[in-house]
Design a protein around this ligand. Structure first.
Ligand code: MSP
Length: 480
C-alpha cells in the first residue's frame, strides 16, 4: 500500500469569471476537494488552491457588456466564485486571483527566466483566434463552415507582432520526461493523446498580445500584454512562491480534458525553460452534459450547483457526480437520474441503514465489545479496496465498494432480525458489530460526503472501546 507522509499540494484550474460556476466547474473542484480531504485524513499537510483567471479578453468583454468598470466587475465576480466554493463546503486553503500583486510579480519573474534562457523572441503572427478558447486554432480544427466546434463562432483572423515562446525546443525533453514518468497524466488514455500530440511536432507559440488595456505588461515592452495562458498557468507558483515551488511543486493539478494540453505540454515546457521542477501529476476529468447537451451560458442550460445544494444538500451533489461519472470519461446530468440516485443510494441505502442501526443501538447499553471476525473482514476489505480505488481515481468504484459494505450490514439486520433477539448478550454483540461497520463506513465517507460523515461522527461516540449512541435526525429525507 502507498505510504502517505509530508505535504500535499493540489490545485484546480483557475476559472474564467465571465460566468458564475456551473456543475461542470463544480465537478472539477469537488474532485480536487475529495483528494485534498483524503490526504488530510491520512495526516498530510494539505495545500489546496483554487482561484480565478481574470486577464482574459472575455472578462473585458463581459465588463463592457455589463457597463461596469472592469475592476468592479472582477471584484464582484471573484466574490461570487469564492462564495460558491464556500457554500459547497470546498476545503481550499487559498484562493488566487490573477489580478493580485503576488501573481503579477511571479509572472514577470518567470517571463524573465524564460527570456534569459533564450526562449522568448519577437516575431510576426497571423492566426485564427477563438476568444472562447483564448487560443489560436488550426484550420483543420474548425467545422466545415469555419466555426470553432465548441463555441460555434468564427475565429478572428489576427495579424500582429508578438513575443513567441520556443515550445519547439522542448519536444525531446518533454518526450523523455513522459517516458520517465508514466503516471504524469491520468487516466492513462488521456496521456496517450498528449504523447501523440507532442510526437507530431511542436510549434512555437505566441505568448503576448498587442494591446495594453487588460493584462500583465510584457517586461520591458509595455505595448504588449502577456498571453492569458502564459499568465494563468503561473498561478500555481504565485500562490506558494517560487522558493516553495522549487522545494515542493504541485503534486496534482486537477483539470478538465479541454485544458489538458496546456497543463501537460505548455506548462512543463515553461517550467523546463525557467529551470523549475515539474508537477507530479495532471489528472483530467471529462465533460459534463445536461440532458445530453453541452452546458453553457449561451445555451442557457447551465445547472447552478447552489440551486441543487439548496434542495438536496452538498453531499447529494458530490455523491451524484462521483458515483455516476467514471473519472476521465464524460457524464450526463439529468434531474431524474440525480433523484433516482438520491433515493436509492442515499435515502434508502445509507440513510436507512444508519437509521435502523442507530435506532436499535441508541436504547442499548453497548458498553465495550469486540468486532466479530466476519465483520472485521468486511471492514478491512472495504478499507483496502477504497484505498486502491482512490489512488487510481476510480471514485465511482470506491463509492460502490462502500455501498457493498452497507448492503452487507443491511442484509445482516434483515436476516438476523436484531429486534427479535431475546438474548441480551447476543443482541448487544450484533449491534456492536453493526455500529462498528457503520463507523467504518463513516470513516471512508469523510473525504467524499463530509456532511453526513460529520453527523455520523456526532451520533457514534467512542470512549476507548466503549460506545455511546445518539440517534441523529433523518440523514436524507426521501424524495417524492
Ligand atoms: N481559465 C482557464 C483555466 C486556466 S488554469 C491555469 C479555463 N477556465 S474555464 O473556466 O473555462 O474552465 C475551467 C475548467 O472548468 C475546465 O477545464 C473544466 O475543468 C471545467 N469545466 C468547465 N465546463 C465543464 C463541463 N461542462 N464539464 C466538466 N468540466 C467543466 O479554462
Amino acid at each position: 500500500m502507498e505510504q502517505f507522509h509530508g505535504d500535499f499540494y493540489i490545485t484546480t484550474p483557475i476559472y474564467y469569471i465571465n460566468d458564475k460556476p456551473h456543475i461542470g466547474s463544480a465537478y472539477t473542484t469537488i474532485v480536487a476537494d475529495v483528494l485534498a480531504r483524503w490526504r488530510e485524513q491520512r495526516g498530510e499537510l494539505v495545500t489546496f488552491l483554487t482561484g480565478t483567471d481574470e486577464f482574459s479578453q472575455k472578462t473585458l468583454d463581459a465588463a463592457v457588456k455589463n457597463e461596469e468598470d472592469v475592476k468592479v466587475y472582477t471584484d464582484r465576480m471573484a466574490d461570487i466564485w469564492m462564495n460558491v466554493w464556500s457554500k459547497l463546503g470546498i476545503s481550499n486553503t487559498d484562493f488566487i486571483r490573477t489580478t493580485e500583486e503576488r501573481h503579477i510579480e511571479t509572472v514577470k519573474d518567470i517571463w524573465g527566466r524564460m527570456e534569459a534562457a533564450g526562449d522568448i523572441y519577437k516575431g510576426q503572427y497571423q492566426g485564427l483566434y477563438c476568444k472562447g478558447h483564448e487560443a489560436f486554432m488550426k484550420e483543420d480544427e474548425l467545422t466545415p463552415d469555419g466555426l470553432c466546434p465548441d463555441h460555434k463562432v468564427a475565429p478572428e483572423l489576427i495579424t500582429e507582432e508578438n513575443y513567441f515562446f520556443r515550445l519547439s525546443n522542448y519536444q525531446q525533453q518533454l518526450t523523455d520526461f513522459y517516458d520517465a514518468h508514466p503516471e504524469f497524466v491520468a487516466p492513462a488514455h488521456r496521456f496517450q493523446e498528449v504523447k501523440t500530440f507532442v510526437e507530431n511536432g511542436l510549434e512555437d507559440i505566441s505568448f503576448s498580445r498587442e494591446q495594453k488595456q487588460w493584462g500583465i505588461p510584457v517586461p520591458n515592452d509595455p505595448s504588449q500584454v502577456i498571453y492569458v495562458w502564459a499568465d494563468a498557468l503561473v498561478n500555481y507558483i504565485s500562490a506558494i512562491g517560487i522558493e516553495r515551488w522549487e522545494e515542493h511543486p504541485a503534486d496534482v493539478h486537477a483539470v478538465g480534458k479541454d485544458i489538458l494540453r496546456f497543463h501537460a505540454v505548455i506548462w512543463p515546457a515553461m517550467l523546463l525553460s525557467a529551470g523549475l521542477p515539474l508537477p507530479g501529476q495532471i489528472i483530467a476529468n471529462g465533460f459534463l452534459t445536461v440532458n445530453g447537451t453541452k452546458m453553457g451560458k449561451s445555451l442557457g442550460n447551465a445547472v447552478d450547483p447552489l440551486d441543487l445544494v439548496a434542495r438536496y444538500g452538498n453531499d447529494a451533489l458530490r455523491y451524484f457526480l462521483l458515483r455516476e461519472i467514471v473519472y476521465g470519461g464524460d457524464g450526463d446530468f439529468t434531474e431524474d437520474k440525480f433523484r433516482d440516485r438520491y433515493n436509492a443510494d442515499l435515502a434508502n441505502g445509507l440513510g436507512n441503514f444508519a437509521a435502523r442501526v442507530l435506532t436499535l443501538a441508541a436504547v442499548e447499553d453497548l458498553g465495550g465489545g469486540t468486532v466479530s471476525a466476519e465483520f472485521n473482514e468486511v471492514i478491512i476489505k472495504m478499507k483496502k479496496t477504497v484505498q486502491e480505488k482512490v489512488v487510481d481515481y476510480k471514485f465511482n468504484e470506491a463509492l460502490a465498494t462502500i455501498w457493498e459494505a452497507i448492503s452487507f450490514g443491511d442484509k445482516y439486520v434483515n436476516e438476523e432480525k436484531i429486534w427479535e433477539i431475546k438474548d441480551d448478550k447476543k443482541r448487544v454483540a450484533a449491534l456492536y458489530n453493526l455500529v462498528s461497520l457503520l463507523d467504518a463506513v463513516k470513516f471512508e465517507l469523510i473525504p467524499f460526503l463530509p456532511d453526513v460523515a460529520r453527523k455520523l461522527s456526532d451520533a457514534i461516540a467512542w470512549e476507548g472501546k466503549t460506545l455511546t449512541i445518539t440517534k441523529p435526525e433523518i440523514l436524507f429525507p426521501r424524495l417524492k
